[in-house]
Write a protein that binds this ligand. Sequence first.
Ligand code: PEP
Ligand code: MG
Length: 548
Amino acid sequence: MEVIKGKSVFGGIVIGKIAFYKKSNEKIKRYKVDKPEEEVTRFDNAKQTALLQLDELYKKALTEVGEANAAIVQVHQMMIEDLDYLDSIKNIILTQGVNAEYAVGVTGDNFSQMFSTMEDEYMKERAADVLDISNRIVRVLNKEEDGRFKLTEPVIIAADDLAPSETIQLDKNMVLSFITRQGSTNSHTAILARTMNIPAVIGIGEELKQEYDGKYAIIDGFTGTIYIEPEENVLKEMEVKKKQDEEKKILLQKLRGQENITIDGKKINIYANIGNSTDIGAVLKNDAGGIGLFRSEFLYLEKDTFPTEDEQFAIYKYVAESMAGKKVIIRTLDIGADKQVGYFDLPLEENPALGYRAIRICLTVKDIFKTQLRALYRASAYGNIAIMFPMITSLEEVKEIKEIIQEVKAELAETGIDFKDNLELGIMIETPAAVMISDLLAKEVDFFSIGTNDLTQYTLAIDRQNPKLDKFYNPHHPAILRMIQLTADNAHKNGKWIGICGELAGDLSLTETFLKMGIDELSVSPGLVLGLRNKVRESDVSKILKNW
Ligand code: PEP
Ligand code: MG
């Protein structure tokens, strides 16, 4: 058994097999393995899978392109079984003590070179085929399909780091846990793990070795500990801990249907954050009062091209209908910084967090913005949708947004499409500028929602993505608490409500502070809703002293 440690981003115990995430189109890396014989077995298994794939391909080719053309698939099958080819791969693995992908890649290149210099035209043509079969085996080793990482059984995903676009494209039913070498606790990947209710450990460093691929492990998301090939006593201990956690969750389920009310009678709304319509199940299971933040950019992140108006409409409508009249606050596109979408072709920037992102993109490329707004307004006819705008810094931005909304509504009305005219429109308060003019902004919008993740980043001048700065990133800083109070006071003076949808909303050590501040709504990962309800019900606001 080996024990390694990292930073926990979400609690829970998971037992399962590790699968290393392979980035598509990544150059094949060479790395040392401790047990080359096991690597040869891994190669043999991949070779068998590749042969099975070719069998299927042959059958398909026979019916679609006929026997003569299908024969090339048989050539590939023969080449995979070629003894010189196989010997070369196994030799490289065993003599250099390296990974199978590397051995296959090098062998494929060498054989291809050799064929291409041959006189015989037939043999010359085999140069491309040997590369083809080598790529196929590498894809199998990388668990790749259609250029994307595909999983066939639930596993613990291990990676160097995961970008939000990569995380979102994984099949959630197949992910037991995330463990990464890098990563910061405030990154969107960490947030996604929380939203998905998945134990995750990040910042493990080089201790997380590639050769753990395929091995059994236990992830203790409470302590950030990972046990590779755990001993019997550890397995037993962790099974007990897992059971206790499950019992606690069952107890919390008893709070379903109960009010979010303190001992002294103060009420607060508890909503859930989602990234996709597939999170709705967890929202309903945990009895959230609504959706406080639907990060709509994840719809863009999981696609290879712009989601159309109809595609977006279908998703917003589904979410609105599933929530059956409960409030669904959808945030418009917030890409940029760590949330990069290839097909947007965003320029490389020196300071992307301070760059071309979120509402700045929407107010520049208005077509993209209007497509989303049209989809949102169309979906508004099917439930209780509210719209929220990210990264606001000025009154002018809000006024321009409202003008664009007028245009969208006029266009929809002209074509006779049904929509709700008076949707609640809110803004995220996540820049110090927005806090400082919150008295003015409150007159322009229906509600505020504080994005404490970015508000902390911009107030403390700390990149939320930089793992080295995790210990300095302090959302409990009095500057942040005072900003929240100031914004809440300005909202209330203008008769508007205010929520918090950043990760701080789920920090139970601050629940009483937020209640005392007069926050009206807290929006958290679905899995945190009932724990937060429990905390609210144990609180007595009259006893809390203001110390910020
Ligand atoms: C925030 O900044 O707090 C927020 C909720 O938005 P995101 O984390 O998606 O930037
Ligand atoms: Mg933000």
